[in-house]
Design a protein around this ligand. Structure first.
Ligand SMILES: NC(=O)C1=CN([C@@H]2O[C@H](COP(=O)(O)OP(=O)(O)OC[C@H]3O[C@@H](n4cnc5c(N)ncnc54)[C@H](OP(=O)(O)O)[C@@H]3O)[C@@H](O)[C@H]2O)C=CC1
Ligand SMILES: O=CCS(=O)(=O)O
Length: 245
């Protein structure tokens, strides 16, 4: 199976931003979706809207930091659709602040969601993909996974880790699993809403003054999925044309 029609796709972090935009685009192209996040009201609204428009979507509430919940998500996807073709490990948290502020709880949360969340998703779907001898893991890294800037050290560390995981999956794929690392720059979503440090918020407002829309990233993810099965798009960086960082 090489294009999108009929492919079963799990999207974590589907309740807003990039996950929601990608869900809508893939549904339009005939993917069968399992949408996951913590906010059930958002997931239900999105799922109903996709199904009402003739698409095929289900949802499951799942916290990516809970390994059992991620396994249950994969199990439910198999039960609903019979297979798992693509995992989009998109759920993420960005809490920028200088290291001196010692926002250790925020460091923990970013490490848990951005790194362990990606790993728990991988652990949940990999056995099924091996059994199928095919699958596609799409991880959301960031421009911050390619460069570091003041206030972003811990967020960057998590996104460098995501990039390393994507490359590791590629190298160990044994020709069965495609691995795509997506690195967006500033995109208009709820991502910056979780910054608690006023100085970092101000810097983020400046960086995000040139932000582009979520559809740009949805198109990049769609491009990676719709390639023929022997073509593995490994790395895409998508920035606003006006972004300097
Ligand atoms: N927007 C941007 O400029 C950029 C974004 N990215 C990355 O893209 C990804 C998506 O972010 P974006 O759409 O922008 O931001 P949003 O804040 O809009 O979306 C984040 C999503 O992650 C989900 N999420 C957060 N924590 C958890 C958790 N513990 N368990 C399950 N789901 C969780 C949220 O859902 P809920 O709260 O309902 O659980 C939400 O759906 C992130 O990995 C981010 O780092 C990378 C570079 C740039
Ligand atoms: O992940 C966030 C995008 S940027 O700040 O690194 O450009």
């Amino acid at each position: 199976m090489s294009d999108i029609m009929g492919k079963t796709v799990i999207i974590t972090g589907a309740s807003s931003g990039l996950g929601e935009a990608t869900a809508r685009m893939l549904a339009d192209k005939g993917a069968r979706l399992m949408l996951a996040a913590r906010r059930e009201d958002r997931l239900k609204t999105l799922t109903d809207s996709i199904n009402a428009a003739g698409g095929e979507a289900s949802y499951q509430v799942a916290d990516v930091t809970d390994r059992n919940a991620m396994q249950a998500l994969a199990d439910q996807t198999r039960e609903t659709y019979g297979r798992i073709d693509v995992l989009i490990a998109n759920a993420g948290l960005m809490q920028l602040a200088p290291l001196d502020k010692l926002k250790v709880d925020e460091w923990d949360a970013m490490i848990d969601i951005n790194i362990k969340g990606v790993l728990y998703g991988l652990a949940a779907v990999l056995p099924t993909m091996r059994e199928q001898q095919s699958g596609h893991i799409i991880n959301l890294s960031s421009v911050a996974g390619h460069t570091v800037f003041p206030g972003a050290a811990v967020y960057s560390a998590t996104k460098y880790a995501v990039k390393a995981l994507s490359e590791g999956i590629r190298q160990e794929s044994n020709g069965e699993i495609r691995a795509t690392n997506i690195s967006p720059g500033a995109v208009e979503t709820e991502l910056t809403d979780h910054i608690t440090d006023p100085g970092a918020q101000e810097a983020a407002n400046e960086l995000y003054s040139v932000a582009i829309g979520s559809d740009a990233i949805a198109r990049a993810i769609t491009y990676a999925i719709e390639q023929p099965g022997d073509v593995d798009v490994n790395e895409l960086i998508i920035r606003p044309t006006q972004q300097q960082l």
